[in-house]
Every structure is written in structure tokens, then in C-alpha cells.
Design a binder for this molecule. Sequence first.
Ligand code: SF4
Ligand code: SF4
Length: 99
Amino acid sequence: MSIMITDECISCNACGAECPNDAIYDGGAAYLYGGEEKPALNDEHTYIVPDKCTECVGFNDEPQCIQACPTEAIVPNPDHVETKEQLMAKKEHLDKIGR
Ligand code: SF4
Ligand code: SF4
């Protein structure tokens, strides 16, 4: 399952620097997917792109962003449940198309 950011977020930006998949963006900011710019998924606070989050699978044992957050605003996303194999396949896809 990918990871999401709740309204507890204070937009401190501590999490973004930790993401190996470039999956974390400022509220209102466009995100990149395969080198293409896409519209922001959240205008209110920092957000995670589900199509880019692998729960850090392929890079680290634990989601790096969760540990970085001072407000415990980063939690599993129940709308994007994925197996470890699916997460690894996502990582490999991103390796090919670019982040
Ligand atoms: S869990 Fe890992 S890949 Fe997903 S947003 Fe957090 S740091 Fe990025
Ligand atoms: S570290 Fe937590 S509070 Fe800071 S931007 Fe990320 S989700 Fe928001």
C-alpha cells in the first residue's frame, strides 16, 4: 500500500528530502511523472503521489518519510493497497520511465 499525508501536515517539508522516489510535493505544486508535469493532487498541504510511492521498497526497509514527520501526518493509504511485488514492479517502472 502506498502512503498518504493527512490534514495534520504543517507543510514543514521535512519529508520531501527523504523520498527516494521523488513522490512528495508541496501543496498546490505540480508533480512530475515520467518527466511530465501533472496537476497538484492537493492544494492545502504537502502530498504524496500514489503512483510514485513504493513505501520505499527497493531502497529502504521502512518508509523514510514517516520517520521524518514531526506531526505523525504520514500514514498508510487504505485506497492504495499493494503487495511488495507490486511495489517493486512500480519501482522498476519508475526506473524505466523516470521520476
Ligand atoms: S514511503 Fe518512501 S517512497 Fe513513499 S512517499 Fe514516503 S519516502 Fe517516498
Ligand atoms: S514532514 Fe509531516 S508535517 Fe512536514 S511536510 Fe511532511 S507530512 Fe507535512
